[in-house]
Design a protein around this ligand. Structure first.
Ligand SMILES: [Zn+2]
Ligand SMILES: [Zn+2]
Length: 185
């Protein structure tokens, strides 16, 4: 796909793809005809449409894994690429890691975990994991600071957009810009 929009995207995000901050598979899916930009859309897109979007997007990720990844020197397992690139019906990450940092279980649309009943975001594979994480979680949870499960690529793209909006350029944004190599000291 060689549209003007795609050229613009590669010009903007290409260096971050090379650094591994933005997934090549994500860029591949984004470059397909009429593709939408995945973002948490649970409240704005009807359920049927959300299911179609999930299928279309994740099918392109499967194409990438099967036909393109190795060509670009991306030798990670299919599972690892899927974790980094596939989206859920809600427009965020399909694979959501259990909220207990020491746990390695992932929730998906097909194997859903229960959510914290207070913030309704963080997911846990079991009541035991929720109990173990509560001390660390309760602060951000009660202050409403828990973020949705964005893919790392979605987070980096959001950060880049914030850098372009003057009112959003906080110390934290500047720190991220430096971290991504967009500002030289
Ligand atoms: Zn919570
Ligand atoms: Zn767990």
């Amino acid at each position: 796909m060689d549209s003007e929009l795609d050229k613009f995207r590669w010009k903007t995000f290409g260096p971050l793809v090379d650094q591994g901050l933005i997934e090549r598979g994500f860029m591949y899916a984004l470059g397909q005809r009429n593709m939408f930009q995945p973002m948490p859309w649970v409240h704005i897109v009807p359920a049927v449409e959300r299911r179609i979007r999930r299928k279309e997007w994740n099918d392109y990720i499967d194409d990438y894994i099967r036909d393109h990844a190795q060509k670009y020197g991306d030798y990670r397992s299919a599972e690892e690429i899927a974790i980094q690139c596939k989206i859920s019906e809600d427009g965020d990450a399909l694979y959501k890691k259990c909220g207990n940092p020491k746990c390695t279980q992932y929730s998906t649309d097909d194997v859903p975990f229960k959510r914290c009943s207070v913030c309704k975001i963080t997911k846990y594979c079991s009541p035991e994991c929720q109990k173990l994480d509560w001390n660390a979680h309760k602060g951000p949870c009660k202050r409403g600071e828990v973020k949705p499960y964005l893919l790392k690529t979605q987070q980096v793209m959001e950060d880049c957009i914030n850098m372009m909006v003057p009112s959003q350029v906080s110390q934290e944004t500047l720190k991220k810009a430096e971290q991504y190599g967009l500002i030289k000291n």
